[in-house]
Write a protein that binds this ligand. Sequence first.
Ligand code: IFM
Length: 439
Amino acid sequence: MQFKRSDFPEGFTFGAATSAYQIEGHAHGGAGQTHWDTFAATPGNVVRQEHGALACDHYNRYEEDFDLMQAAGFDAYRFSTSWARVMPDGKTPNPEGLDFYDRLVDAMLERGLAPYATLYHWELPSDLADMGGWRSPDLAKWFGDYTACIMGRIGDRMATVAPINEPWCVGWLSHFMGHHAPGLRDIRATARAMHHVLLAHGTAIETMRGLGVKNLGGVFNFEWAQPVDDTPEAMAATERYDGYYNRFFLDGVFKGSYPKSVLEGLEPYLPTGWQDDFKTIQAPLDWVGLNYYTRKIIAPNTDAWPSLEEVEGPLPKTQMGWEVYPDGLYKFLKRTASEYTGDLPLFVTENGMANPDVIQDGAVNDQERIEFVDVHLAKVKQAISEGVPVNGYFLWSLLDNYEWALGYEKRFGLIHMDFDTLKRTPKASYYALQKALEK
Ligand code: IFM
């Protein structure tokens, strides 16, 4: 790595991130069925119909994983709690699940890793999916009850908490594009899910404030949208993409409104009285997290709204086919601070790349990842030097894991996972980070 810890301000947090369903092994510990289990069991949705039943078996091997994090010199661990593990039917507490997260948090603290929790990273209990899932106006209340249950147990030991990882994926990717569970492609379902995900976010923040849980934030994912050319049509299409991907969520939380370019398409399908929900959606935050991976080049087309398509870009790509575009991270940090959050601390809560990593002679030489982290951290540094209050950076991900509809073949980890033997092998990027993070 080109950077050193001392290049960043005192107290800057370096961490790694994961999520429950992607690593834990969902079959363990009395967790309930989720919409991801049934989505994955339906042919055509997930590569080789792979699922999270065993994943990295982190449920049983978390001590080994945290030892590796500690040895790397990380300050913090960003993890998620699984709603279906804590409440298998979405409503009834599971003592085994609560005990697990209690142990997990203590194991982090014993190793000096600050717990950065997320309450929902996509595994909705099937019983709630049956009742409409994110389309249901009751979802926010159910989520508030789950928030109270899990935070009642571990909320006293959290460094930070965010309710929902990547609201765009919960709303648009899962209900408009159909790429993630529940796999819908329906504009009314999309409008409702996009709105209810923010209502659930605000409800959880209010619930946690009431419980006295400290340091509450929101984690949003962003893709820089670039017009294919400078025609007014391409510019307008790009504004729509930027609207429903990036601005919808920050506008909702920080401005109490939705972008005009998105209302053009979604307003007829939003739930009655949606404007009244901004009181809750705008619950004040202590920080904002940005997940950033790539940009998209956008062209207009003649389909129904949003009337656009993505065009392949010329930059080098990761194993996901995503262009490597570090400038996008810089632009989002600047834009978020200047247009939405002001002095509020920002974190890069996810950044990283998938790479077709293989073990050779017992080692994984992922130079591409080392380079990727370097060029993105250089942009974080630039933003900080221009006054943006960025307080930390989290790598996605600690371990190779279940990459949702793409199964286990997209490797994002600093640590290689043999999914047959569950052997963990730190990659060259892990050792490079270890060196850079030395105190
Ligand atoms: O694996 C995902 C994660 O669950 C959410 N953010 C993006 C990652 C890479 O696609």
